[in-house]
Design a protein around this ligand. Structure first.
Ligand SMILES: Nc1ncnc2c1ncn2[C@@H]1O[C@H](COP(=O)(O)OP(=O)(O)OP(=O)(O)O)[C@@H](O)[C@H]1O
Ligand SMILES: [Mg+2]
Length: 375
């Protein structure tokens, strides 16, 4: 499947390549593409084609997109453009409007105001075209527990009108990709959370979507399953699939996403690459001093540290281990860390760590959404 997608991605760039019939049919249907040759290879299996025109337009576009539930505005006039091939993150506190936006983009809900399009197809007027191009891994497990992994995929394949041979081929291929082939005949209700998520990914990919929406796919998974699903997501994206990914795990979003939109109260309040978000909204670089147990510093030590580092701000707090001092500095380089450690050593103040702390995506998230309290 991944190889197939890679061929497709290459074809989009105008290269001559071989691809299976189903992929060929889909490429022919893509807006902006133009196939100039077609034929079969020596095995009579693959089709050779050349896509000459690059594909224009965005994978996803929203213009003043609004969704209300009664008087409540869950999605409030959002504007968004997601490029083809992007792995785009959607972050925001509980209730920010992420899932509602995804539901509108995947035709499960209609917009109240504004418009949205997927691969240049309008989510209302061209809903069938949109559905044939998207896959969804929903926030809640939506497959049938009483069906086996394979039966679930066959059920979905039938809904998409796939032929038996294609369905069998794709299902087996996908169950191998998500590491569930040995469980193909096991009922899904006996699956762990991670296995259910991987089956959902396989179901979302069955009809070879161009765009995959993954709504909190790693929530509740153990670290190993999270890493496995993250790696799978990355490789799907590298094979040419545009991915919209929501998560509450900031480190995951930082590692995975090319660009990120942060939503709050139905609005997009920031949108950029993780690096730029950290640069703009992450706050200052810090030198952090961690103590074991209660603090061993006093006001004059704090004043000396401030002077030594040129810190614009000194913040004291506690963590699980004990007291913490954060010094906001221009550049928290190695030299400054060594100087601070040397100073504390000279004063015979015992610390467990002195380190430089870069702004993180979590800092960005907290700075931008700090007025929200979600308990
Ligand atoms: N069918 C509905 N009827 C009424 N209100 C709804 C409906 N669906 C969602 N909402 C409300 O819309 C707001 C946005 O919900 P949504 O599920 O989009 O948030 P979210 O950002 O996905 O949150 P989470 O991180 O918790 O998944 C919430 O206040 C929610 O209660
Ligand atoms: Mg949600």
């Amino acid at each position: 499947m991944i190889i197939n997608r890679m061929l497709e991605a290459r074809a989009r760039l105008g290269e001559h390549c071989f691809i299976r019939d189903n992929g060929f049919a889909r490429i022919q249907g893509l807006p902006g593409s133009h196939c100039v040759t077609a034929g079969q290879d020596v095995n009579g299996e693959d089709t050779s084609l050349m896509v000459v025109a690059s594909i224009e337009g965005y994978a996803i576009e929203c213009e003043s997109l609004t969704r209300k539930f009664g008087n409540f505005t869950a999605v409030n006039s959002i504007n968004l453009k997601i490029k083809r091939g992007e792995l785009f993150g959607f972050l925001g506190p509980n209730g920010a409007g992420k899932t509602t936006t995804i539901k509108v983009l995947t035709t499960l809900l209609t917009p109240t105001v504004g418009r949205a399009s997927i691969a240049s197809f309008d989510v209302i007027k061209d809903a069938a075209q949109v559905r044939s191009r998207i896959g969804v891994v929903p926030q809640e497990f939506a497959l049938f527990g009483e069906l086996t992994a394979m039966e679930n995929l066959w059920y979905i394949g039938t809904l998409f009108g796939m032929g038996k041979d294609e369905m069998r081929h794709r299902s087996e291929e996908l169950l191998k990709t998500v590491g569930l082939f040995d469980k193909k005949d096991v009922q899904a209700e006996g699956f762990s959370g991670g296995m259910k998520q991987r089956l959902s990914v396989a179901a979302g990919l069955l009809h070879m979507p161009e765009i995959l929406f993954m709504d909190e796919p790693t929530t509740g998974l153990d670290p190993q399953s999270r890493i496995a699903l993250r790696d799978l997501t990355r490789s799907l994206n590298e094979s040419g699939i545009t991915i919209v990914y929501t998560t509450h795990d900031m480190e995951e979003a930082d590692k995975l996403c090319h660009r990120i939109a942060i939503m709050d109260h139905g609005k997009i309040i920031a949108e950029d690459t993780p690096e730029m978000l950290k640069h703009r909204y992450g706050g200052s670089h810090r030198i952090r001093i961690e103590f074991s147990g209660s603090n061993q510093y006093n006001a004059s030590i704090l004043a000396e540290l401030k002077k030594l580092t040129g810190a614009s701000n000194v913040h004291t707090s506690t963590n699980n281990e004990g007291a913490v001092i954060d010094l906001s500095v221009e550049h928290a380089g190695c030299e400054l860390v060594t100087e601070v450690a040397g100073f504390l050593d000279k004063k015979k103040i015992k610390v467990i760590d002195v380190k430089s702390v870069e702004p993180s995506l979590e800092d960005v998230f907290i700075n931008l959404t700090k007025d929200d309290v979600n308990i």
